[in-house]
Design a protein. Structure first.
Length: 647
């Protein structure tokens, strides 16, 4: 809520100045409404006032001061600010519930971004065709606010639904029904969010970062190939979509559950679900896709490129990913669509040619810091590669069952970092320690393992008596393998088909060109350090994953069992993640997601009986910066209900 001064040039050459009262209208879905409170003509002011500009400034300030005075209430109060209570249902489930009609204003920055992205317009435009008697837009908003401020299960969220200002006219049953509607709009919503980011935040999607993580469930068992519908939370009665243009494939029950045991990032033994995420250069999420928990990372890139809201076939992109995505099928997919890639290659798994090249000292350029300390050394080459890739149809490019040998030229950049070398040595020492604990174990299997610490163990055949066959095999630490592994500490290779113009070359008419020999030629010089810098941006996607897990949204553990509810849960969480990261970006990354959550979740107001006034008792630097960003005053102890609605 604020007073602003606007001017308008008239056709007769005069100028009109208007003082407007701007606020958000709760009755109009939070849209900004401006009401004229005063009007002046410059010609009239010039006759009455010596300094019309000074008069207008003083008049504007008078309105602002009167607003502050109207909102002041002098009371001396002493009561408990702990505004949550725990209640227990008949089934023994504990819920956190806001008591005494308290309000949380921490949702205000998220409400602002929600409107900036026009999500309210998107939801309202579709909910009119449903038979819902409750407000789906309010439900979606509240689910996002709750995920950002008080992450919990949907059951626990139900106890918090009344603390976000807008009407919460839905039941617990309605929450799960609403999730089905949201899921039916998933593809359109992701397209809408990307369009809004491009239009309002100048999103550039030329350079894309991709990575995969997983989230665990609150269960110890895999789901079977059927789904259990016996719980209230997972009631599977579909809503009425007769008048809604929905994607039925989004809601159909799948033959195999997403919940499967797989290689957990947290080394848990519970079922997980895999999520692939694309991110832009600014560190903001673009789109995502879910995969079964037993899907390995490298097999996720092609499917998400096919299903993504990002157009890989008609617009040029550069995909940046770590060595977990390195497969020749993935590179073939990117090259066939005439895009670029920047993907790291494991030196230890790269073959003899790469291993010999990285150990050669010739060609390295040494990069030092301001104190003369070595930061890293770097070199590059363009080399042919001959690989085996899955055969594809000549027209559709779909994979077939066969394999064929393919050759292509590739730009490879080798980097040595002392910091990376120390990290690799520490990791190997930990693996050696674990391997030592398994030394002496017996096995009937003669095959050595390449997984984890087991790659540092070798098996020695043991036989009793004169039998030719071994009775068993005993494990012992392989010192030669440890020494071989240590040779490559600190080295890593980045593979790419991205190149640039030669120095002093004439600029092209286009931003980039895909050449006949499979390189993506950019309309600028692209050095080895430039490729290294592109690859270095991957830390932002790792930070985004941390925000989704432990630093803010706490997407895990997941309490849903049905595939449709799991997918709907992740749609809500992805939207929340985008808004959370967008808030950090809007504040120039000054405050972390954890700091934002801590401060905003504490911005609670207790009602003062019969006065329609709320008392707030928390304020810090984060709240101050958010108030400046939103241009609203959040430092007041006592605030009227009407003022909160206008915020």
């Amino acid at each position: 809520m604020a007073y602003i001064l606007r001017k308008r040039e008239l056709l007769n050459g005069d100028t009109t100045y208007m003082i407007l009262h701007a606020c958000r209208s709760a009755s109009k879905g939070g849209t900004l409404v401006q009401k004229q409170v005063a009007k002046f003509k410059l010609s009239e002011l010039a006759q009455k006032e010596e300094d019309p500009v000074k008069f207008l400034e003083e008049e504007l300030q008078r309105y602002k001061d009167s607003e502050k005075k109207d909102n002041q209430v002098n009371l001396v109060l002493d009561f408990d600010f702990s505004n949550k209570e725990v209640i227990t249902t008949k089934k023994g489930v504990s819920l956190i519930k806001e008591k005494n009609g308290s309000l949380n204003l921490g949702y205000l920055p998220y409400l602002h971004l929600y409107h900036m992205l026009e999500i309210d317009y998107f939801i309202n435009n579709r909910r009119r065709y449903t038979k819902c008697e409750y407000n789906l837009n309010n439900l979606f908003q509240h689910l996002i606010y709750s995920r950002c401020l008080f992450p919990s299960s949907k059951l626990a969220f139900y106890g918090l639904k009344d603390c976000f200002g807008s009407k919460a006219d839905y039941s617990l049953y309605d929450i799960y029904r609403g999730m089905d509607y949201f899921l039916s709009w998933r593809k359109d919503l992701l397209l809408h969010l990307n369009e809004m980011m491009e239009r309002k935040y100048n999103r550039e999607s030329f350079l894309l970062y991709y990575d995969v993580t997983n989230y665990y469930f609150e269960t110890d068992e895999n789901d079977e190939d059927f789904e259990d519908n016996n719980t209230l939370e997972e009631e599977n009665e579909a809503p009425d979509f007769e008048k809604v243009n929905t994607k039925k494939a989004e809601l159909k029950t799948e033959s195999t559950s997403l919940r499967q045991k797989g290689p957990s990032k947290e080394h848990r033994k519970t079922p997980i679900v895999q999520m692939g995420l694309f991110m832009d250069e600014k560190g903001l999420p673009i789109t995502y896709e879910l995969f079964k928990g037993n899907t390995i990372d490298v097999e996720t890139l092609e499917p998400i490129m096919e299903e993504s809201v990002i157009d890989f076939k008609n617009s040029t992109k550069i995909v940046v990913a770590d060595k977990g995505m390195m497969s020749f099928d993935n590179i073939a997919k990117i090259r066939l669509e005439k895009n670029g890639y920047v993907i790291s290659q494991s030196v230890k798994k790269g073959g003899e040619d790469i291993q010999n090249w990285v150990l050669e000292e010739e060609g390295f350029e040494y990069i030092y810091d301001n104190d003369g300390e070595l930061l890293y050394k770097i070199k590059e080459r363009i080399t042919p590669r001959t690989v085996k890739v899955t055969e594809r149809d000549d027209y559709s490019f779909e994979k077939t069952s066969g394999k064929h040998v393919s050759s292509y030229n590739e730009r490879q950049i080798c980097i040595y970092s002392e910091h990376y070398a120390k990290r690799a040595a520490m990791a190997r020492a930990e693996s050696e320690k674990k391997a030592g604990k398994k030394e002496g174990t017996k096995s009937k299997d003669s095959k050595d393992s390449n997984y984890g610490c087991l790659k540092f163990l070798k098996k020695i055949g043991i036989k009793d008596g004169v039998e030719v066959e071994f009775d068993y095999f005993k494990s012992e630490v392989d010192k030669e393998e440890l020494l071989k592994d240590a040779k490559f500490d600190g080295f890593y290779v980045i593979c790419t088909n991205v190149v640039g113009l030669p120095p002093k070359a004439k600029p092209m008419k286009r931003d980039c060109v895909y050449t006949n020999d499979g390189f993506l030629l950019l309309n600028k010089v692209v050095t080895a350090q430039d490729i290294y810098s592109m690859y270095g941006g991957l830390w932002k996607i790792e930070e985004t994953f941390k925000v989704s897990k432990t630093k803010g949204l706490q997407i895990r553990p997941i309490y849903h069992t049905l595939n449709t509810r799991i997918r709907a849960h992740f749609l809500i969480c992805f939207t929340s993640l985008l808004i959370e990261r967008l808030l950090e970006y809007s504040l120039n990354w000054k405050h972390s997601a954890m700091a934002l959550k801590k401060s905003l979740s504490s911005l609670n107001g207790m009602p003062i009986n019969n006065l329609n006034i709320y008392s707030f008792g928390y304020y810090d630097e984060v709240i101050d910066d958010i108030g400046k960003y939103l241009d609203i005053e959040l430092d007041k102890n006592l605030v009227k209900r009407e003022t909160i609605k206008q915020m």
